[in-house]
Design a protein around this ligand. Structure first.
Ligand code: HEC
Length: 513
């Protein structure tokens, strides 16, 4: 094969085409390796970013050659946890096999630098706000200290937005001040004042725990290491009620050096009300709170499944998974009305540290009658290196990282705006259905557990009862009916009575009035 053809093959390989690497071609840093690393690694492995060291020049990269060959071959790097489904994702970071082989070959052959004049320039990374000057910039009022060592920390911070009217938000850009220690941050609005009330009470900025899912609180997306900030697809925006606070739920990963974090957040408003509304369709609902997740010590493949039939036609644009430490796999498929099965996402090696949302490159059409199926597995065996308990202990659903949760959230917009109410109604029905069937299982296994789990997860003031503002969103429409003694709170016996009523044959689960 002539030289020209050979270098063409290498150029193609470097650009991502799966061309076999030719045995005889000398692999050099300047020509072959730099283009791969600069494009796929330097964005995170540079000063001021999340990765622990820089990969920006020959010295940096040759010094870690062996390790680079190893982590790329194992696909630990670049980080990317979704396996190929049937739909391409935006910003897919994965290297192709030809690129991985090229890196390995370069290291095997002694890491030649090659002709420095052939070195491509480092990409020009945008400094500052990636989406341009935000409409509103808010900042944590004080830094939060993270010690050098110890366990990961989860903490929520309340940032007042002082909105005089309801606004539509189309993007949020998050800028950590100590990027090496912030692993991810999930955003919420809170118009109830609940977060503000808890913030700083222990003398330190922020608070621990979780934001209740209730009326007046809603998600606004999130940020994870290496994520490119993004705007919601055209015509969509989050509604944020006036007077809301922004709440950041941030995961810190100690780095060996004491750090202090004071995040800044840029908010981009839509000029006009959105043309389409979107919904976060979560399966199983409420991160599995209704599915009676109860994982025996040692179980290496505890499984929860859920299915939902789409009552109306929708278009999906993003998908994300959530589990805690011992989560192992997540998968969501769509069975179309004609019987075709399409994989929307698969995560074969769940890693709690990487909570990412994957955006589909194009809208995925899911016609009315599509069945979504979700399968989640957990590994609570001693052989799971991520298991925080030695020996393993029984793990149930709960808000702490040592408890478990699990769900896949699919972001969809209804094809026809008039269908939105139908979709929301059937989500609520579905939540009740899931609760009913897990209650059946719990009852078969001796009972009480479901109500206990509900209280454990929601009873903030630990008085053994659920007040209206403690009740999760799906329970709100049933509240009055369950509160049989009309004292404004649901005690254990009222919750048990509700559960038993739905379990009686012939009694359908209650629906919203
Ligand atoms: C999205 C950001 C991101 C990208 C892209 C990325 N890295 Fe990393 N890398 C990290 C972070 C963060 C760590 C620290 C370990 C962790 O949190 O997983 C890391 C750690 C590493 C390590 C140390 C692994 C260990 O076990 O200690 C190596 C080697 C590495 N990266 C190489 C690469 C190479 C080579 C590429 C490109 C092919 C790459 N990384 C792309 C963020 C990134």
């Amino acid at each position: 094969m002539n030289r020209l053809l050979r270098s063409l093959c290498l150029v193609l390989a470097a650009f991502g085409a799966a061309v076999p690497v030719l045995g005889a071609a000398p692999v050099t840093f300047s020509e072959h390796i730099a283009p791969i690393i600069f494009k796929s690694c330097s964005g995170c492995h540079r000063a001021g970013e999340a990765a622990p060291f820089t990969l920006e020049n020959y010295r940096d990269i040759a010094k870690r050659g062996e390790q680079i060959a190893k982590v790329t071959a194992s696909r630990q790097m670049p980080p990317w946890h979704a396996t190929s489904g049937d739909f391409a994702f935006e910003n897919d970071r994965r290297l192709n096999p030809a690129q991985i082989e090229l890196l390995a070959k370069w290291v095997r052959e002694g890491m030649a630098e090659g002709d420095a004049t052939k070195l491509p320039p480092l990409p020009r990374f945008t400094a500052g706000w990636q989406l341009g000057q935000p409409d509103l910039v808010v900042k944590m009022r004080k830094p939060h200290a993270i010690p050098a060592e110890g366990r990961d920390q989860y903490r929520l911070f309340t940032l007042p937005l002082n909105l005089a009217e309801d606004r539509w938000v189309k993007a949020i850009e998050f800028r950590p001040s100590a990027p090496r220690v912030v692993h991810h941050s999930l955003f919420y609005y809170d118009s109830t004042g609940m977060a503000k009330g808890m913030d700083g009470v222990a003398g330190q900025i922020g608070f621990r725990g979780m934001l209740r899912n209730q009326n007046g609180v809603g998600p606004l997306g999130g940020w994870a290491v290496g994520a490119t900030p993004r705007t919601l697809p055209e015509g969509m925006a989050y509604r944020v009620p006036r007077g809301s606070d922004l709440v950041l739920s941030t995961h810190f990963h100690p780095t060996g050096k004491a750090e202090s974090e004071q995040s800044t957040v840029g908010i981009y408003f839509a000029k006009e009300a959105p043309r389409s509304v979107f919904t976060a369709l979560q399966l199983p609902p409420a991160f599995g709170a209704l599915s009676a997740v109860d994982i025996p010590a040692g179980a290496d493949k505890y499984t929860v499944t859920d299915t939902f039939e789409m009552p109306v036609a929708v278009e999906a644009f993003g998908i994300s998974g959530h589990m805690h430490y011992i989560g192992r796999t997540l998968e969501m498929t769509a069975t179309l009305p004609d019987g075709t099965v399409r994989k929307l996402v698969g995560i074969d090696h769940w890693d709690f540290s990487w909570q990412e949302q994957y955006d589909f490159q194009k809208f995925v059409s899911l016609p009315q009658g599509t069945r979504l199926s979700v399968k989640l597995t957990w590994d609570n065996s001693a052989a799971n290196p991520r298991n925080p308990s030695h020996p393993p202990r029984r793990v149930r659903w709960g808000p702490q990282s040592e408890d478990e949760m699990g769900a896949i959230t699919l972001m969809v917009k209804v094809k026809d705006r008039d269908d939105q109410a139908t979709l929301e109604k059937s989500q609520q029905d579905h939540a009740r259905q899931v609760l009913k069937s897990s209650a059946t299982r719990a009852a078969a296994g001796g009972g009480g557990q479901l109500v206990a789990g509900l209280l454990r997860a929601n009873d903030r003031n630990r008085d053994g009862k659920l007040a209206r503002d403690e009740a999760p969103g799906w329970l709100t429409p049933l509240f009055a009916r369950l509160d049989s003694n009309r004292d404004g709170v649901l005690d254990g016996s009222e919750l048990e009575a509700g559960r038993n009523r739905w379990l009686t044959p012939g009694n359908p689960p209650p629906s919203a009035p």
